[in-house]
Structure formats: structure tokens, C-alpha cells
Design a protein around this ligand. Structure first.
Ligand code: SAM
Length: 231
């Protein structure tokens, strides 16, 4: 069976358990039976060949046969801080950022933002990360970080290589290519306010241009992820 399944707990021993949606997927959708072999990953960077050992109503127990380290992570660790778009566009954004190898998505609370990153929405986005990782073969989960208020985030001095996507900024091609961590902020449909931009500039965030067209939030985030992941 070529499908991949996600295990919430780190796999350290000789068995693993699938529960909830993953157990349902294996037994109800894939109709797995005892003895079938599947691929598991736990978000740690490794993947595992495992054999179905027991199926119960609550869980599927699997015997671990082999562990492999398969690292598909890009060279630079990219954090995208994004004023999330509404509805299905959020899920689409998360799916594409996961495929492109972004390390972390920080939902940004901005003055002109429309989507409120409430707990239920964050849980849905985390599920979308798992689904995309199952499909694209990535063995580390993109982190959905707790929401941050934009001005507070801009003043965070633990970040390095701080970029803020802003029409008219410097081009991505002019930035140093040998960086290991990048944070990039993407504004809401109405853009960042002058006050938010002022805090960002005072804290050495570098405005970067993504071309002459005005991009939607998710297009801007994906453009940065593609630039960072492929360079
Ligand atoms: N109403 C805003 C304006 O006219 O500036 C556009 C906001 S845009 C829909 C949403 C966000 O995507 C912006 O705040 C910015 O962070 C990013 N963005 C969109 N197009 C961009 C571009 N060409 N260069 C840099 N950033 C861009």
C-alpha cells in the first residue's frame, strides 16, 4: 500500500498506533487488513515501513519493520507570518506552503486583517498540513504557530533575516543567498497600515518586492516560499 499515514506520537519503539482520522483512513478508506504493509511518519524527519498487527474500533496497532531518514527540507528555514485570507483560501495556502517546504506559518493579526485565527481554524490548518505532508512525502510537519499581533511580532528580536513583502521594496534576487533562516511577513488584502510598517522598519524588517503586480495574500506567500525553497 503506497499511502502514507501520520502518527501523532513520536515513533521510538517497535510498535505504533493510528487513531482518529488516520485510523479511519487506513481501515475505512484503504480497507487495510492485518498483515498489510504501510508507510508511517511522525513529523520527526523519518519515515517507517510498518505492518498492520491489530485493528480495533479505537485504534490500529502496527509493527515497525524499518526506519528511514528521508530529509526533503529546503536549505533555508522559512517562517511566513501571514495575515490569513478567508475560508478555503487558508487551506489552499497551507497546502501549498507545506509542499514548498516552509518550516512555519505564523497567523498574523493585523489592523486590516479579515480572518480571525481562532483555535478551531488553527486546528483545521494543522490537519491540512498533515494531509499535504501525506501526499507530498514531506516527513517534517510545517508548524502552525500561535497567532501573533503584527506590531508585537515585528519587535521580536529573536528573528534574523526579516523581510516584509511590500510593493516597491528591494527585489528578492538582491538579497544574500547563503542565509539559513528567513522570516517574511505578508500583509492583509488592504495591506499593512502605516503604523505597522513604521514598527517593522524601526525593527530592521527589509521591504521586499514580489514584482510589479499586486498579488493576493496566498500568491505572495507562495512566491516567497518558492523563492526560498528552490534557491
Ligand atoms: N491593498 C494593498 C496595496 O495596494 O498595497 C495590497 C495588499 S496585497 C493584496 C496583500 C499583501 O501581499 C501585501 O500587504 C504584501 O505583503 C503582499 N504583496 C502583494 N503584492 C506584492 C508585491 N508586488 N510586492 C510585495 N508584496 C506584495
Amino acid at each position: 500500500m503506497s499511502e502514507r499515514f501520520f502518527v501523532e506520537q513520536p515513533i521510538t519503539g517497535s510498535t505504533a498506533e493510528l487513531v482518529d482520522a488516520e485510523a479511519q483512513h487506513l481501515t475505512k478508506v484503504m480497507r487495510a487488513a492485518v498483515g498489510d504493509e504501510v508507510v508511517l511518519f511522525d513529523g520527526s524527519g523519518a519515515e517507517f515501513t510498518a505492518k498492520v498487527a491489530r485493528i480495533s474500533k479505537a485504534a490500529v496497532t502496527l509493527e515497525i519493520l524499518e526506519r528511514r531518514e528521508i530529509n526533503l527540507e529546503p536549505r533555508a528555514e522559512l517562517t511566513l507570518a501571514v495575515a490569513l485570507p478567508k475560508g478555503e483560501r487558508q487551506k489552499w495556502l497551507v497546502e501549498k506552503l507545506t509542499e514548498l517546504g516552509a518550516a512555519r506559518l505564523v497567523p498574523l493579526i493585523t489592523e486590516r486583517g479579515v480572518a480571525q485565527p481562532v483555535d478551531a481554524a488553527i486546528a483545521r490548518l494543522r490537519r491540512a498540513v498533515i494531509e499535504a505532508s501525506k501526499q507530498c512525502g514531506r516527513n517534517r510537519l510545517m508548524e502552525i504557530a500561535p497567532p501573533r499581533e503584527a506590531s508585537e511580532y515585528f519587535a521580536d528580536d529573536s528573528l534574523s533575516m526579516k523581510l516584509i513583502a511590500e510593493p516597491g521594496g528591494e527585489t528578492l534576487g538582491s538579497l544574500p543567498s547563503e542565509v539559513s533562516t528567513i522570516a517574511c511577513a505578508i500583509g492583509p488584502e488592504g495591506g499593512f497600515t502605516p503604523a505597522e510598517l513604521k514598527v517593522a522598519l524601526e525593527n530592521q524588517w527589509r521591504p521586499v518586492s514580489l514584482g510589479r503586480s499586486i498579488l493576493r495574500i496566498e500568491t505572495a506567500a507562495i512566491a516567497v516560499a518558492a523563492w526560498s525553497g528552490l534557491s
